[in-house]
Every structure is written in C-alpha cells, then in structure tokens.
Design a protein around this ligand. Sequence first.
Ligand SMILES: [Zn+2]
Length: 300
Amino acid sequence: MKSLLILFVFIHSLLAFDYALEPKKVSETTHCFFGLSEVMDERNNGNMSNSCFVNMGTSYLVIDSGPTYSYALQAYEKMKEIKNLPISYVINSHVHDDHWLGNAYYKEIGVKIIGSHAFEDEPKVEKTRMQMRITPEAYAKTTQEFPSIFVENEKILNIDDKKVHIVSVNKKAHTDSDLFVYIPSQKMVFVGDLVFNDRIPSIRDGNLQGWIDTLDEIREMDVEFIIGGHGEIVDRSSVDMTYNYVKTLRERVAALLEDGEGIAETINMVKMEEFKDVNFYDSMHRQNVDIAYRMLEWGE
Ligand SMILES: [Zn+2]
C-alpha cells in the first residue's frame, strides 16, 4: 500500500509543473506575482505576465489570472499562506491569453470573472497561442473560460465598503479591449498591458495615438501605484518606458512618412537607440516600426 502511494506521488510529480511562484509585497494590502521578462516557452510555461491580489478586508480581488489553470491554483495557494481569504472577483485586463487562461481554475472554485465587453466577440480557438508554446503538463486542465460579467464603460464594485472602479478604455490602445482598475482607497491603479516596464511593448493589436492618450489620462490620476501587465516597477514611473517608446515611435515614423520616405528606409532610420538595452529590442523594435508605418499610412 505504501509503495503504491509513493508511486502515485511520483507519477503526480511528473505530471504537475511547479511554477515556484513567490508573491511580492507591493503595499500593505497588495501582492503581485511578477512574470519573467521572457516570451512564453516550455521552460517558463507562460509565467511571463503579472497577476495581483488585493486584500480588500474580507476577500481578495484578483487582477489577471495568469497563463494556466495550474498557475492560478498555485498562486492562490501561496496567497492563502499569507492570509486565507476567499476571492470576491477576478478581473481580466484584456484579451491576450497570458492574462486570463487562469480563469479556468477560478471558475471551477466559483469566482465571478469580470472583463471587457470585447470578450463577447472573442472567438474560442482550437488551440490557444499559450497551448502551442508550453508543455501539455503545465497546460493541463486549462480551458478557455471568458468573463461572465462585461464592462461597457465603467463598473463600480463595492467590496468591504471600498470602491473599485473598472474603467473600459473604449478606444484602441494596447488592444481594443483594455480595462483599468482604479482603487481610490489604495491610491492604486492596475493598467494591464497599457504599461510594460521590462520590455519593448508589442503594438501589433493596438493604436499608437489611442495608447498615448490613454497613458496621458493615467498619468493625471491621483495614485501612488501604477501596476502594469509586465514588469516589476509599481510606482508612478512605471508608465515612463512605454509612454516614451510609443510617443517617440509615433513622432519619428510620422515625420518620415510626411517627408515621403518609404517603409524600408523608415525601418532603417528609426533606430531609437536609447531603447536598445531594453529587453526584446532586437526581436521587436524593427517589427514595431514596420507596423507603426502601416498604421500611420492608413491614418491609424
Ligand atoms: Zn497584452
């Protein structure tokens, strides 16, 4: 009997992937699991985006559920070691799958999930991008579970007498489905992938001017903490890298387009070397110039 048990534990350990998650304390009430500054692969198994827990008093509010069922389960286990609280809601900042595939776990334990109305039109795919790039062991039990509560413009939750404003950006910025979550009592705003502070952002699904305008609004907010979807900077300076990058990219490409430069010349000319030490510069920047040129050529 004992050997059977050992065998079971052994087989189970082969099947489960241990993300070795460690929550980092952001404030008295808030912990985040900060993802690695990498692309999703079979080593990190999607642990490359942020998932945060805010202790609202008698429950946790979770912002972004992470890349898989098992990631979400392991994150919540870690948080229960800090304080064993139920979860009131999970909020998904946008439709990119590294931020919401953990919904599968939270749905199973009966948590309500809130997201942008853009999820209503989002197709379920045969295989997610995450699923194609990570191991089947890490992806086990992960199913595509969309939010069941949608935010059109703004939704205000009252949790333990504290207001939580979930604001839909309602224009294309990082994607056409970005939300930010503002908690006035904590002087904190969660902005999803409107802010990357550890890597060059991907602009593929976005709009440059919409993104700049949205970050201008966020920079005006009366908050101490601005927490993005990637990167560990959580004070007001967390916005700077993305803001400067997107703004400079737009200005330089627009100026060359105005001068009648072609796309190939523009890609060669807009080097923006001040960003060359930022992660993903080599793999992402030229592609971003290409995308920016095409966007601006068509009037964004
Ligand atoms: Zn994203």
